[in-house]
Design a protein around this ligand. Structure first.
Ligand SMILES: NC(=O)C1=CN([C@@H]2O[C@H](COP(=O)(O)OP(=O)(O)OC[C@H]3O[C@@H](n4cnc5c(N)ncnc54)[C@H](OP(=O)(O)O)[C@@H]3O)[C@@H](O)[C@H]2O)C=CC1
Ligand SMILES: N[C@@H](CC(=O)OP(=O)(O)O)C(=O)O
Length: 340
């Protein structure tokens, strides 16, 4: 059925994810009648280049969603919580990249390669949520293993770049690295709570009363939701690493049925959204620098884990901004648009 051209808004266009969404939109096969850029009042008057045009950035204010069909939100969770209902009451569906709605049972949480049909549920609240970038990467890699052999337990340690905490964290890492290389002691961290340069910080997000961070809790809860496996055992540790862009994850899996590493590699090779990069003899394996601007999740170091029944280990990397957020958001927006 032919659809009319789409009037799309991008909220948070000036941020790291917003800019990655602009790149993804330029490459997407979407028939746009209009692209409206929105951000905080601080950015009013800014112009951003898109498809060889300079588009003005408007302040997010009342009336912003009149005449807009779908809005992609890349703003802090509290901003998404405040504005998504207003968008929907103006008839504009929201595809949200923030954590605001990911745990709401009547809001679909979608990774297109895994559970695209769940998008149908957007009409309940007018919102579809995109998971955290680490969960997106993990779900893309785990879903084919789940289909092939079932999943019993997953233990994951993530290595998350400064970019995961927004543009101010990237600036913090840049400043700290420059200071240290010039023999100066950097100022105390403003976004990442400790010096990140030449360091590892085992805290991504805030701590909860049970001792987990927000990121660790979302790795458990969102992975179960996207995979449709509420009883799946998941244990997670999330670490901020001094890398500007791209996340890594060391993943240990127990499958329900036997799946030797060689077979798992073949399953992954055929899986949508996965690139297998796995030739240890030639020192070929996934690294964040290989994932930047790639829409795929790169998987390698696939090997048997003989310490448990049906055990497997693997390492994956993905571009947190592009694959982890922008690609997901744009693909979900296309699916919502097709269901208008
Ligand atoms: N970084 C990542 O890897 C990922 C981030 N996310 C989520 O995406 C969201 C954005 O993250 P990120 O791009 O990294 O963050 P940034 O800090 O880089 O950008 C934040 C964006 O939100 C806008 N904004 C802030 N406050 C308001 C407001 N009151 N009204 C309107 N716009 C506002 C900012 O506008 P202005 O420039 O005017 O201040 C800016 O465009 C967050 O919810 C994050 O959790 C999701 C997946 C991956
Ligand atoms: N918070 C993650 C990235 C991200 O944006 O995830 P979330 O949207 O769940 O905050 C990080 O700092 O690396």
């Amino acid at each position: 059925m032919p659809t009319r051209p789409l009037s799309l808004a991008l909220v948070g266009a000036t941020g790291l994810v917003g800019r990655a969404v602009l790149d993804a939109l330029a490459e997407a096969d979407l028939d746009l009648s209009r692209l409206k850029l929105l951000a905080s009042p601080r950015s009013k008057g800014t112009r951003l280049e898109w498809n060889e045009e300079e588009l003005p950035v408007h302040a997010l204010e009342e009336g912003a969603f009149q005449g807009v069909d779908v809005a992609i939100f890349c703003v802090p969770a509290e901003v998404a919580r405040a504005w998504a209902p207003k968008a929907w009451s103006a008839g504009c569906a929201v595809v949200d990249g923030s954590p605001a709605f990911r745990a709401e049972p009547d809001v679909p949480l979608v990774v297109p390669e895994v559970n695209l049909d769940a998008v149908d549920g957007f009409r309940a609240r007018g919102v579809v949520a995109s998971p955290s970038p680490a969960v997106t990467a993990l779900a893309v890699a785990l879903a084919p293993l789940q289909r092939a052999a079932g999943l019993e337990r997953v233990v994951v340690a993530t290595y998350q770049a400064a970019s995961g905490a927004g543009h101010r964290a990237v600036e913090q890492l840049e400043r700290e690295a420059t200071d240290l290389m010039n023999g100066r002691e950097p100022e105390a961290g403003t976004v990442v709570p400790h010096r990140l340069a030449f360091n590892l910080v085992p805290q991504v997000g805030s701590f909860r009363p049970d001792g987990r961070t927000d990121e660790e809790a979302s790795l458990v809860d969102e992975t179960r939701r996207v995979l449709g496996a509420p009883g799946l055992g998941v244990a997670a540790t999330a670490v901020r690493v001094p890398v500007f862009f791209g996340l890594g994850a060391a993943v240990n899996v127990a499958t329900a049925r036997p799946l030797p590493a060689a077979e798992a590699r073949e399953v992954l090779r055929k899986a949508p959204g996965v690139k297998v990069i796995d030739d240890p003899a030639a020192q070929v394996y996934p690294m964040p620098m290989l994932a930047v601007n790639d829409d795929a999740v790169l998987v390698g170091r696939v090997r048997d884990d003989p310490s448990q029944r049906h055990g497997l280990d693997l390492f994956l990397v993905s571009d947190d901004l592009r694959r982890g957020a922008a690609t997901n958001l744009v693909r979900i927006a296309a699916a919502v648009a097709a269901r208008r």
